[in-house]
Design a protein around this ligand. Structure first.
Ligand code: 5AD
Ligand code: SF4
Length: 422
């Protein structure tokens, strides 16, 4: 979502006749977009900001801006601690940027009352074949650990037309796949069109090869969604379904509104209907009050569900959340031990599941050059598995059938057995 926001900000600047350049030394303004979901993200952003102090000393005319969720979360503290920063804008104030930059004035605008959805702004993207498209902003859930409802405000859904128009324009620019984004896509609702309804409309757009979406909250994952995923060929069989914990006691204090049993049931039902469905997840370890027994329940759940992959996070206390008041009672070393145990189990399961693909043929779309070597390209299966090809004679956006020859916990390796249309 933050990367999409950076594209939105670039789109807003382009409309204001600014050029976006990569070379910081030549820039008239340097803007840092930030996240506040965990302290780690905040520390990284703060260290990036501190590094700009020298630039400002050398070139005092450069305007430095801090944007995004951390601006809202830390507010005036950013300029107080870093007086060389000129602009601090929260996630709903980006439209003001061109004016502020033209006027070259210092500005802090963190508490706008207007919640934005930037529906009329076309994000400025790097060329490619995969694009993100936000379908909603903000979040109406009330997870006790999460700062997003505070930083991004109440959920508001974009109109169906603004979403489909943006996708059609992306297709004109050569994109072939979109990932619909929302903090909780399943609660999308615009004039009685719900998320399955939106997915149906999006999947009908001519020329759109693949549709993905994230994130799904288990609480409102409906039968309707599973049915649409099953029916529509271009909707990818992948659910990113954060479980957060396998302990009902912890899920309750996290205010996730489902139990472990309900989660398992949802996954089993979806898997029984959708062939080769990939399930990925997020897990927090060391939430306040998490005992060794709660942790074991999470381990059991991970083994039972056999996630294709998962992100694991150490609980990070965030002010302005209810969990902040519960204290942070799991010692750091215990949090790390638990996180490492879960990560290791996730890795083992991923490896086992990925190795099951060896000897099988699957379709991938080529997405780009491999990061490690120019002589290789990578693509993804519809289930979001990354596949590396030791060949580079395929252009980006081509669909090919690939025989998987090897696998690690992260990646499949394969060779093309049939090239298809682009
Ligand atoms: N501490 C640790 N992880 C968190 N997440 C959200 N808030 C916190 C927090 N305070 C994780 C959740 C969520 C993902 C995007 O970030 O797992 O699904
Ligand atoms: Fe945060 Fe929960 Fe909303 Fe996700 S669903 S953004 S974890 S409040």
């Amino acid at each position: 979502m933050n990367k999409y926001d950076s594209e939105l900000i670039s789109g807003i600047l382009r409309c204001g006749n600014f050029d976006i350049i990569d070379d910081i030394e030549k820039a008239d303004a340097v803007l840092i977009n930030t996240c506040a979901v965990r302290e780690h993200a905040e520390n990284r952003a703060l260290s990036n900001i501190r590094q700009l102090k020298n630039l400002k000393k050398r070139r005092p005319e450069v305007i430095l801006g801090v944007l995004g969720c951390m601006s809202k979360y830390l507010g005036s503290k950013i300029i107080k601690d870093n007086p060389f920063v000129d602009i601090v804008l929260g996630p709903d104030s980006y439209r003001k940027l061109p004016e502020i930059l033209k006027d070259k004035k210092r500005c802090e605008d963190i508490f706008t009352r207007e919640y934005e959805n930037y529906s009329d702004i076309f994000p400025l993207k790097k060329k490619g074949v995969c694009a993100w498209v936000a379908i909603s902003r903000g979040c109406n859930e009330d997870c006790s650990y999460c700062v997003v409802p505070y930083t991004r405000g109440r959920e508001r859904s974009r109109s169906v037309k603004s979403i489909t128009d943006e996708i059609k324009r992306l297709l004109d620019e050569g994109f072939k796949e979109v990932t619909l984004l929302g903090q909780n896509v399943n609660s999308y609702n615009y004039q009685d069109v719900d998320f399955p309804g939106l997915l149906e409309k999006v999947s009908e757009i001519e020329g759109l090869k693949r549709v993905r979406f994230a994130t799904s909250h288990p609480m409102n994952l409906s039968d309707g969604l599973v049915d649409v995923m099953k029916e529509r060929k271009n909707i990818c069989p992948h659910l990113h379904l954060p479980v957060q914990s396998g302990s009902n006691k912890i899920l309750k204090t996290m205010r996730r509104n489902y139990t472990k049993e309900k989660y398992i049931n949802l996954v089993e039902k979806a898997k029984s209907k959708i062939k080769d469905l990939t399930i990925t997840t997020d897990i927090i370890s060391g939430f306040p009050g998490e005992t060794e027994n709660d942790h074991r329940l999470t381990v059991d759940l991970v083994k039972k569900v056999k996630f294709d992959s998962g992100f694991t996070f150490k609980y990070s206390p965030r002010e302005k959340t209810d969990a902040y008041k519960y204290g942070d009672d799991v010692p750091e070393n215990v949090k790390i031990e638990r996180l490492e145990e879960i990560s290791e189990i996730l890795r083992e399961i991923s490896l086992k599941k990925n190795r099951e693909w060896i000897g099988k043929i699957t379709e991938i779309m080529i997405e780009g050059k491999s990061r490690k070597s120019d002589s290789k390209v990578f693509g993804r299966t519809d289930g979001f598995k990354k596949v590396i090809l030791r060949q580079n004679n395929f252009s980006i956006g081509t669909f090919v059938n690939v025989l998987t020859t090897d696998a690690t916990s992260h990646t499949l390796f394969g060779k093309v057995v049939e090239s298809k249309e682009t």
